[in-house]
Design a protein around this ligand. Structure first.
Ligand code: 5GP
Ligand code: MG
Length: 180
């Protein structure tokens, strides 16, 4: 049984339980296994948020693969032109590889718009995107998620890798900000 949780000054209510997440991740793993038969995809997780999803997803994929991580930081000020900074980037060659970028959540899509262009410029054989969550109402960039966990409303969520000011990443389920 899940309960409300509190982190810093905010309260969150259960939203997607861990059984539902596990079932969806297993389906995505099966799909990737089918789609990449005979290939050796390069899976690139976007830190920090995607670390939990990546670790579950790769274990659900029964295909030879390599796993790498990048770390990006987004500054979304008051204008719609937020800046993305690469804290640490890819240190393996991407050219000719079948790449699967893995994110925790696609919100405006700004982070991935930036990063996918960066990957494309390195001449991979193919690029697909996996994301645990997508907020369709918040999307401002033309991002297509090939392997999606769940569509969610435009509300702040935490858990399963997603944080609120550094906390909550270790929660096994996904929680939504409680309406007061
Ligand atoms: P985007 O660049 O798509 O606007 O934002 C992507 C990043 O913003 C995500 O990788 C995530 O770190 C953060 N983000 C967006 N929405 C949420 C949310 O509801 N909860 C949390 N914890 N982070 C979010
Ligand atoms: Mg992220």
């Amino acid at each position: 049984m899940q309960h409300e949780i509190t982190a810093h000054d905010l309260t969150f209510v259960p939203f997607i339980d861990k059984e539902k997440i596990a079932a969806r991740v297993a389906e995505l793993g099966k799909q990737i296994t089918k789609d990449y038969q005979g290939e050796r995809p390069l899976i690139i997780g976007v830190l920090n948020g995607a670390f939990v999803f990546v670790s579950d997803l790769v274990r659900a994929c029964e295909v030879e693969c390599e796993v790498e991580f990048v770390r990006l930081k987004s500054y979304s000020g008051t204008s719609s032109t937020g800046e993305i900074r690469t804290i640490f980037g890819m240190n393996v060659p991407v050219e000719g590889r079948h790449v699967i970028v893995v994110e925790d959540i696609v919100d405006s899509g700004r982070t991935l718009d930036y990063f996918l262009k960066d990957v494309q410029a390195k001449n991979p054989a193919s690029v697909r995107l996996a994301s645990m969550l997508l907020k369709p109402e918040a999307l401002k960039f033309p991002i297509k998620v090939d392997y999606l966990g769940f569509e969610v409303p435009n509300k702040f969520v935490v858990g399963y890798g997603l944080d609120y000011d550094g906390l909550c990443r270790n929660l096994p389920a996904i929680y939504q900000l409680k309406k007061e």
